[in-house]
Design a protein around this ligand. Sequence first.
Ligand code: BES
Ligand code: MN
Ligand code: ZN
Length: 496
Amino acid sequence: MRIEFGVTSHTPGSALVVFAAKDAVLSGAAQALDAALGGAVVNAVKTARFEGDAAQIVELLAPAGTDASRVLVVGTGKPGLADAAMFERIGGGIAARLLASGETKVTVDFGGVSDLAVDTPKAAAHLALGASLRAWRFDKYRTKLPEKQKPTLTEIAIANAGSAGQEWARLEPLVEAVGFTRSLVTEPANVIYPESFVERCRSLADLGVKIEVLDEKEMAQAGMGALLGVAQGSARPPRLLMMEWDGTNGKAKTSTVFVGKGVTFDTGGISIKPAAGMEDMKWDMGGAGAVAGAMKALALRRAKARVVGICGLVENMPDGNAQRPGDVVTTMSGQTVEVINTDAEGRLVLCDAITWVQKRFNPEVIVDLATLTGAIIISLGHEYAGLFSNSDELAKQLVTAGIATGDKLWRFPLGSAYDKMIDSPIADMKNVGPRDGGSITAAQFIGRFVNDGVKWAHLDIAGMAWSAKAGATWEKGATGYGVRLLDRFVEDTLEA
Ligand code: BES
Ligand code: MN
Ligand code: ZN
């Protein structure tokens, strides 16, 4: 989507957006248009029972008296309340409406818009972000897509919003970064597997990201028995991907570390999953996808921070060499794990990735992201990801970044009573506890690998990485959850 700010007039033959606040109070530009159209805007608004609620839309097709091919009157809601997030929703609504409408260009006129919760440049930039994110699609494998369903909208021009250039420069990288994550997550598992995931991320090197990759042999040397145990049933060899962005000219001594679960397909292994819905497990690398996208965002906007992203990449398959329930593996930390259920594989991947990154970078802060448990979906549905942390400060920072970006988080408890539930009679721990509190015991497992003094948070994003229906700023499918969250977290905590 091409975004242009500072246009002064609407392009004849294209779509036009004007605004109205609560109770259908027309903006200056909307009033002027209504006058030029002989009251057609007011008529349409009344006919549609439009009340100016936030993101509500009334559409006038080819109205006489204007050179616009169509006019959208878009609600901004109660005076003083429309904030950046609301303008993302509004932008998303406009994009959804016009994307395959036949229109190629829309001009959004902020003329005479007042009483917002943000200034108009900021509103306009967030509108552009919401529209761009909502317009993202993955049609690569659709060779027979009917002409009428193909996207036509390619350009959004914004008029009378002042110069939003600076605001947009901060937000624009997110469009590409979130798109990068969504592509990784959407691709099927015959296309994205550990090696090909790494290859896609190599493009980040052009942006100044340092890339390092460990293969099977190197991981064996490091002693990553848990990660390798998961990988051993697959014909696809595992990888550990390290991406480092340093925008501080080497000044930052410590790194903040993001770790992503990258199970490129999760059959469950020998503890195999039922057939129905198993195709969803192609997006069991959503945590790794978010980490890769966040690194891309940081590099694109040249963030003044030092951040390391780690992806533990494996495929969980059940072949003759696969690990068995009851197997005991030795993790890189030296701790041993009884693998009760081979479908609880994410934590086995994360624990070795976390041990490795602590040894290598000695970080103060670790945030891991993982589509870890079905139980988190039972708890939170698809509105919040679960947050688990040993630090109130870190938890608060993440919750705050979540509110600011729409990637929302809800904190869960941790504690020794939960921790005991994963003690094993034969090894240091088992990889599953009882069914009850399944997301919490999974977090406790990961916590056992975090060094004393390290601030750590675990985000269980199983309910958020993929959406069965379209949302305000995403088409159904991969959401890109986590990219904006991490990007904002870095800005708030490392660049402030
Ligand atoms: N990848 C799954 C979790 C998951 C489920 C993600 C549904 C997205 C949607 C994970 O590896 C898994 O299988 N977890 C098990 C753990 C259980 C065996 C303790 C689960 O949640 O059932
Ligand atoms: Mn699993
Ligand atoms: Zn999994």
